[in-house]
Design a protein around this ligand. Structure first.
Ligand code: AMP
Length: 224
C-alpha cells in the first residue's frame, strides 16, 4: 500500500491534534506533533527544552535551526517509514523548504497539506477553554469535549491542565504569529497542488469524516 505523508496546517486551536489522534488509528500513520515534542523536552529539561521554553512561553516560534533537525531526524526513524502525519510543522517557509528537501533526499514526497480552516474569533474561544492531559497532551474542552470524569483524561487517567500558552493574551500572540509566518504556507502548498481545505468550524466528527474521505481518495489515486 502507498504511504500517506500528510501535514496538518491551520491556526492554533483548529483541532489539528484532535484530528491527528483519530487519523493515526484510521490509517496507521505516525503522529508527529512538534508542540508535544517540545513540551516533553521542556518537562524533561533537555537541551532542546531549555532552548525552546522562553519562546513557547511568549507564544513565539522556536527558531528554525532548533526545530528543523529534530523533525528531519524523526522522519527517518523506523516507525515513520509507512507514512506520517505532521501536526505543527512546518510553520515557516524555511521549515517547509527544509522538509521538501529532506523528503526529496529520502526519495519520498508529501501526499497532501490539509488546511483545517477556522476564523480567529473561534480560535480564541476554543483555546481559552481547552484543557490537555498532563501525560500525553490528549485534548479536551470545558464546554464542548468534557472528559467522563472531571479533570481526568479518559485515555490515560492523567490530570487535565490548562497549557500556559492557552491564556487569552498568549493565544492572541500565537494567532498573530500564525497569520504572519505560517499562513503564507497555504499558497506554498497550493502552488504545488498539495493543498486540501477542510472547514474546521464543523464538529470534530464531521471534520474527521471529511479528512478521512479526502485521504482515502488520495491513497486510491496514488495506487491507480
Ligand atoms: P503547538 O502545540 O503546536 O501550538 O506548539 C506550541 C508552541 O511550540 C508554539 O507556540 C511554538 O512556540 C512551539 N512550536 C511548535 N511547533 C513549532 C515549529 N514547527 N516551529 C517553531 N516553533 C514551534
Amino acid at each position: 500500500m502507498s504511504e500517506l505523508n500528510v501535514i496538518l496546517l491551520g491556526p492554533p486551536g483548529a483541532g489539528k491534534g484532535t484530528q491527528a489522534e483519530r487519523l493515526q488509528d484510521d490509517f496507521h500513520l505516525l503522529h508527529v506533533s512538534t508542540g508535544n515534542m517540545l513540551r516533553a523536552a521542556v518537562e524533561e529539561g533537555t537541551e532542546l527544552g531549555r532552548k525552546a521554553k522562553a519562546y513557547m512561553d511568549r507564544g513565539e516560534l522556536v527558531p528554525d535551526d532548533v526545530i528543523i533537525g529534530v523533525i528531519t531526524d524523526r522522519l527517518q526513524e523506523e516507525d515513520a517509514q509507512d507514512g506520517f502525519l505532521l501536526d505543527g510543522f512546518p510553520r515557516t517557509r524555511p521549515q517547509a523548504e527544509a522538509l521538501e528537501k529532506a523528503l526529496d533526499d529520502l526519495g519520498r514526497s508529501l501526499t497532501a497539506a490539509l488546511l483545517v480552516d477556522v476564523p480567529d474569533d473561534v480560535v480564541v474561544r476554543r483555546l481559552s477553554g481547552r484543557r490537555v492531559c498532563q501525560k500525553a497532551g490528549h485534548p479536551y474542552h470545558v464546554d464542548t469535549n468534557r472528559p467522563k470524569h472531571d479533570n481526568v483524561c479518559d485515555i490515560d487517567g492523567s490530570r487535565l491542565i490548562q497549557r500556559d500558552d492557552d491564556r487569552e493574551e498568549t493565544v492572541r500572540k500565537r494567532l498573530e504569529v500564525y497569520n504572519e509566518q505560517t499562513a503564507p504556507l497555504i499558497d506554498f502548498y497550493d502552488e504545488r497542488g498539495l493543498l486540501r481545505r477542510v472547514d474546521g468550524t464543523r464538529t470534530p466528527t464531521e471534520v474527521h469524516d471529511h479528512i478521512r474521505a479526502t485521504l482515502a481518495t488520495l491513497r486510491l489515486e496514488d495506487e491507480i
